[in-house]
Ligand binder design. Structure first.
Ligand SMILES: [Zn+2]
Ligand SMILES: [Zn+2]
Length: 688
């Protein structure tokens, strides 16, 4: 027992050995027999980071050196040489084991131990303070508490907290903050309740705003709106704060809590309740961030304009937040202006802001601007690289995407699955089969980047676009996992486009087996059977549908105008503005014909009811939706259309022409993918 508690010199517990040297001779072998005093029954915390050799061979310092050792400890700690500070502590203890050290020395030691996250060292310092009878004030107790918490010793921290003769606002704040950092928000809130009751009972009401701020942040972190609201009541009960700063912190914390808990309106109310001089840049920024987080894009823009009118200086955080807004609303000029303002003020844009900017320019196809921002970034992360590579890919600059990918690898950055998807997509959009194959093999060779289903689907589509159906099919057969619906879907598209009925049916049957609840799959298979003359199989599909009580619904498209959805069917005449819509459709047809449009030959629509195949294409629901969108929105508003079925070739072609003659952007989400039509082209590259 004794040997365990006070090991001999030269063991790995030098701190304990030095401590027991006084009674012994300087001989190392004499140490074990000396440890008979009562203190040895207290476990000796271990001080790490010292080699046994130094402990053994260093001569015992004289007590006269104590003051200079204390100075050394403080200097080391102040300079960030934490291990050296703890070494000097060992010497100080050896020089005079039971002499209390000055408070400043203890503070330095606690800071060093906390910085090193050495629980043993914190315990050793705390134990020394206790056993040497050093007088400790509230500040010192708080330091001990903080040091235990930063080493994750919650139990010890709690013991210190409970035993403290006096607890002030800082104490509560430290304890709660420590609990939050260790992922114990509920315990932290329980502690707050304890404090609130204790202080209300004592009539002191010393609940410092600082503690309340910590509590609100805790509620925010744990997403507890209920706790947050209760804390808001506490704030109201506390009345106005003595100083402006506390009031500001409290309001900002409440605002942030409401916005992160999804109550943007309540956040706005807190914001409105703040006095104008309290509305710092932090308040404005968190309100903006709240709007963006919950998709209130227009509100964010309004607030941003109000912010600029009120003369508050925007900073890089404002810009980072607003970039997303500009991006969503298509306000490239706003983004450029704000960016220029930022550069003028000499404010550096952080890595996130820069990356969003790269992404923004990429989305607008301003690849040169994107590249400029990218090249000027002082630091880049993988997300920045991924954004640029994806941008090049999306705009059909496959070679540039591959060039950037090679540069990334050469610079020692490790690509992740997003990078690989971006570069494979680039190969797909630019038809770079060989390069795509090589990159896919590169992925396969590295166990950390084993291709996932999305990479397989991408390569299947790459092969499919180039008409390499055998290779596409072999990707599915070779996959080391069960092929997903996306992979079969890619093969189905490839075989449909290249008119390989055999493969198309195989893929459609697989899809139907995998997603029997998806009605589109039945329609696709039904149409494939009918077109290849397999009436019996077609009848079976119809029977299955009847048995399951399913029916292929009529094809329809929606367009969102002023936040309201308008639905159109094939040859629809239900809409109140029907006459106007058809008139517009007629003029549009004339305009596109003048621009060089001619009709595509007849084509079977894969995923609509066979009966609807005979309705003239001129009355397809997507055309009605586009015509309505064009007459009911202002000239530069992009149109967003959604539909359950695939676009037919003819409608796809017409929409491309329409974006050329009307200069509108039109985005269609059809049964297969997003089509982003702009100035006569579509993002799908005419393959869907
Ligand atoms: Zn159509
Ligand atoms: Zn398209």
């Amino acid at each position: 027992m004794e040997l365990q508690l006070a090991p001999p010199l030269g063991s790995l517990r030098p701190f304990a050995s030095i401590h027991h040297r006084p009674k012994a001779s300087t001989s190392a072998t004499a140490a074990p027999s000396t440890s008979s005093s009562s203190e040895t029954l207290k476990p000796r915390p271990r001080l790490p980071r010292q080699s046994p050799a130094t402990a053994v061979h260093r001569p015992r310092p004289s007590p006269a050196r104590l003051p200079s050792l204390c100075t050394a400890i403080e200097r080391h700690a102040a300079a960030g040489r934490h291990a050296e500070a703890l070494d000097a502590f060992r010497l100080a203890r050896a020089a005079s084991p039971f002499a209390p050290l000055p408070p400043a020395t203890y503070h330095a030691l606690l800071a060093a131990a906390a910085a090193l996250r050495e629980p043993g060292a914190v315990a050793a310092v705390a134990w020394h303070m206790e056993s040497s009878g050093a007088e400790a004030d509230a500040y010192t107790h708080n330091r001990v508490l903080g040091a235990y918490l930063s080493c994750g010793m919650l139990g010890e921290a709690r013991r210190v907290f409970e035993g403290m003769p006096e607890r002030n606002g800082v104490t509560w704040g430290i304890m709660m903050g420590g609990l939050v950092d260790r992922g114990r928000p509920r315990a932290a809130l329980a502690l707050f309740r304890e404090m609130w009751e204790e202080e209300e009972g004592s009539g002191g009401r010393e609940a410092r705003p600082r503690v309340v701020v910590v509590a609100i942040r805790t509620a925010t972190a744990s997403g507890s709106l209920r706790a947050g609201r209760q804390l808001h009541c506490c704030v109201v009960k506390m009345g106005p704060c003595e100083d402006d700063e506390s009031g500001r912190y409290l309001s900002c914390a409440l605002l942030d809590m409401y916005s992160k808990c999804g109550r943007v309106d309540e956040a706005r109310r807190v914001f409105e309740g703040m006095e104008p001089r309290q509305r710092t840049i932090v308040a404005w920024n968190s309100m903006l961030a709240g709007y963006v987080l919950h998709g209130h894009i227009e509100d964010a823009l309004d607030l941003y304009n109000e912010m600029r009118r009120s003369g508050v200086d925007t900073d890089q955080f404002t810009f980072s937040t607003m970039l997303g807004v500009f991006s969503r609303l298509g306000l490239l000029e706003h983004a450029k202006q704000a960016h220029a303002g930022l550069i003028q003020k000499g404010l550096p844009l952080d890595i996130v802001g820069n990356t969003v900017l790269v992404d923004l320019y990429c989305k607008w196809g301003r690849m040169e601007d994107a590249r400029n921002v990218f090249e000027r970034m002082p630091k880049r992360n993988l997300i920045s690289w991924n954004a640029l590579i994806a941008g090049y890919g999306y705009h059909g600059m496959g070679d540039k995407a591959i060039e950037m990918f090679e540069r990334l690898v050469a610079e020692g950055v490790v690509p992740n699955h997003v990078t690989f998807l971006a570069v494979l997509n680039a190969c797909r959009f630019s038809g770079l089969v060989d390069k795509g194959k090589r990159i896919f093999q590169l992925m396969t060779r590295n166990p950390k980047t084993k291709p996932r289903a999305m990479h397989y689907a991408c390569v299947i589509e790459l092969f499919g676009r180039e008409g390499l159906l055998d290779e596409a099919y072999s990707m599915i057969r070779r996959a080391p996992f069960t092929p997903t619906a996306n992979m079969w879907g890619a093969l189905l598209t490839a075989s449909r486009v290249h008119k390989n009925m055999h493969l198309a049916k195989l893929a459609a049957e697989q899809l139907l087996a995998m997603e029997p609840e998806k009605i589109n799959n039945y329609a696709v298979l039904l149409n494939l059977y009918i077109s290849s003359g397999r009436q019996d199989d077609a009848c079976k599909v119809v029977e299955t549908l009847k048995r399951k009580g399913l029916c292929i619904s009529n094809a329809c498209s929606w367009v969102t105008v002023k936040k309201k959805d308008h639905r159109f069917f094939f040859k629809d005449s239900l809409h109140p503005q029907c006459a106007e819509i058809y008139r517009k459709l007629d003029t549009l047809m004339m305009e596109v014909k003048e621009a060089g449009y001619f009709a595509e030959e007849n084509e079977l629509l894969p995923d609509i009811h066979p009966d609807e195949q005979n309705i003239p294409r001129a009355y397809h629901s997507e055309r009605l939706a586009v015509a309505f969108g064009l007459i009911s929105t202002s000239p530069c508003t992009p149109l967003r259309i959604t539909q359950s079925h695939r676009l037919c070739r003819d409608c796809h072609k017409i929409i491309k022409f329409l974006t050329k003659v009307t200069k509108r952007e039109i985005v269609v989400r059809d049964g297969s993918r997003f089509h982003h039509f702009k100035l006569g082209t579509c993002s799908c590259g005419d393959y869907w």
